[in-house]
Design a protein around this ligand. Structure first.
Ligand SMILES: [Zn+2]
Length: 265
């Protein structure tokens, strides 16, 4: 059985364990069903997620010219504090920015390799945590726009990391933390503009990933270079496929690559 399509980040369903899906134009693959099977990944060509052309992918699934042009790759995406739609100011496309930024956003704490602070649209909870491979997370602030979430994150970053270590996350070298305690500890640093939006009454969300064997020394697969890879799938965590031989493949990091996936039976 062979499937072919352009990679975009895996869709997921918050079940126990989490279910993952690859959504291709003509196929919808429940990746969990490939667990314990030997699969071959092959690089076919590029397909920019915006223009669709076979041009090398620069970042986030876009070719270089699209990356510097499309509204979904503007600076405020990675740096929410730069959001300006609440002021009616355009960055690349005001209509797009209003729709994306002027909606409820969550500032959260998530623990994937260490406790970190992050921002996401409310509609992306718990998807964002699944994508990061967090085994526990908690919402701490719910604000009406992206800007307020961004300035809250910037203030909290002075006191807590905003990065995760993907190797630690994949090795499952993790510590259970009491995120309610972390939330209470960080509360004094929430900026005044966001204080009215602090969430006080919630508890941690726990996430279970479908992994039967964690890699001891994760080696990242560069499919553009190697063109082919064959291995036995032993887990899925975050946006990574984990193989028996310690190879890991970051699906999100390879958005815009057209791949063929064959399942060997
Ligand atoms: Zn393009």
């Amino acid at each position: 059985m062979t499937y072919q399509g352009v990679l975009t980040k895996m869709a997921s369903e918050f079940l126990d364990p989490i279910q993952y899906y690859l959504v291709f134009e003509t196929d919808f693959i429940n990746v969990n069903q490939l667990l314990d099977k030997t699969i071959t990944l092959a690089f076919v060509e590029y397909q920019c997620l915006n223009c669709g052309l076979n041009k090398p992918i620069y970042r986030q699934g876009f070719c270089k010219s699209c990356f510097f042009d499309v509204p979904q790759a503007a600076d405020w995406v990675m740096r929410p504090e730069l959001s300006k739609a609440h002021l009616g100011k355009e960055d690349r496309d005001l209509a797009f920015e209003k729709k994306a930024q002027l909606q409820p956003h969550i500032v959260y704490l998530a623990n994937s390799s260490n406790v970190k602070v992050g921002v996401t649209r409310k509609s992306q909870v718990p998807t964002r945590w699944i994508d990061q491979g967090a085994h526990e997370a908690i919402e701490i602030v719910e604000v009406p726009n992206r800007y307020l979430a961004g300035i809250t994150e910037v203030a909290l970053k002075e006191h807590i990391s905003d990065k995760t270590n993907w190797r630690t996350m994949l090795k499952n070298d993790i510590k259970d933390e009491d995120l309610v305690v972390w939330r209470d500890r960080l509360k004094p640093y929430i900026p005044n503009e966001a204080l009215a939006y602090v969430i006080e009454s919630n508890t941690e969300t726990l996430l279970q990933f479908p992994v039967s064997q964690y890699p001891e020394k994760p080696k990242s697969l560069n499919l553009e270079k190697s063109k082919h890879y064959t291995g036995k799938l032993v887990g899925i965590k975050g946006q990574y496929l984990i193989f028996e031989d310690n190879t890991v493949f970051n699906v999100r990091g390879n958005e815009g690559l057209v791949v063929a996936i064959s399942v060997n039976v």
